[in-house]
Design a protein around this ligand. Structure first.
Ligand code: GDP
Ligand code: MG
Length: 269
């Protein structure tokens, strides 16, 4: 994974009519980038927050996060499931509505996509591309300071910039840690997995029963359970190291479910 420099982010934003910020519905708060939001706000370009992986979270919770982003932060927001292809029509409709005034004469809408690693950027790009185009064309008249933008035509006059901006995580939450580098390069995957399991259990006691059929509220037992399930042994002991990485990967792949409401954590009155 290669993070975009903030310079590249600014350049991509400058080339866009509208900017998408993808977040993970299980924890939108810790999968957003306030730094990205600031850059977009300062540029005067409209920001559309996309709460993705909505298939994992009840609809009311998605609505509450949408309300948080819209009423409290004054951004626009939609929730979708890129993997289940839910909400992508609403997303297209929003892109058109938001850009009605800023479109170029030819009616072209240029959209850029940003987000932390593993929030679903590639999945969304593929869904939006659909049958429309597999190929890109150069961005006409784009100056290209650090790179040359290319565009996917995704139909309806909408063009996606082909370089999704991978933004570096901020803050110390476990979400930021697991998205800061590839799982294989995490310094202490066991500690990270313990923190992740504890966080998930705090909001969903049944998460690991649902994911692995393991009934426990002890993170070490849960990690050991995954090692046992897989038959992973090292030096005659259950391989906690591999099992920890497996849990983190499954979480990032959207296989482990938890959520919380912005009301519950005091973000909304
Ligand atoms: N449950 C669920 N998983 C998703 C969704 N969108 C993407 N994923 C999964 O999340 C993981 C990361 O997705 P990817 O598109 O590679 O994210 P990127 O790193 O932002 O490009 C993959 O395992 C996807 O299958 C979604 O809407 N729901
Ligand atoms: Mg990707």
């Amino acid at each position: 994974m290669k993070f975009a420099s903030w310079r590249l982010v600014r350049e991509l934003v400058e080339l866009s009519h509208v900017v998408l910020e993808l977040t993970d519905s299980r924890d939108p708060l810790n999968t957003r980038s306030t730094r990205l939001e600031k850059i977009v706000t300062n540029s005067g370009k409209p920001l559309l927050v996309v709460i993705n992986k909505a298939d994992l979270v009840p609809r009311d919770i998605c609505e509450e996060w949408k309300e948080y982003f819209e009423k409290k932060l004054r951004y626009r927001a939609v929730y979708i499931s890129a993997r289940s292809r839910l909400g992508t029509h609403i997303l297209r409709r929003n892109l058109k509505r938001i850009t009605q005034k800023s479109r170029t004469v030819e009616g072209r809408i240029v959209v850029s996509i940003f987000g932390l690693p593993k929030v679903g950027k590639s999945t969304l790009v593929n869904v939006l591309k659909g049958r429309h185009s597999a190929s890109t064309s150069p961005y006409p008249g784009s100056p290209g300071y650090t790179f040359r933008a290319r565009l996917f035509n995704i139909g309806g006059g909408i063009y996606l910039i082909d370089t999704p901006g991978i933004v570096p995580p901020e803050g110390g939450d476990v979400e930021s840690i697991i998205r800061s580098r590839p799982v294989d390069e995490l310094e202490n995957p066991e500690k990270v997995a313990v923190d992740l399991v504890l966080k998930v259990l705090k909001y969903n006691k049944k998460a690991f029963l649902e994911a692995y059929n393991i009934e426990s509220d002890n993170p070490y037992e849960i990690i050991a359970g995954v090692a046992r399930l897989r038959g992973w042994v090292r030096g005659g002991e259950l391989d906690m190291f591999e099992a920890s990485k497996k849990i983190i990967r499954d979480y990032l792949d959207g296989e482990i479910v938890y959520y919380y409401s912005p009301y519950e954590v005091g973000l909304m009155p």
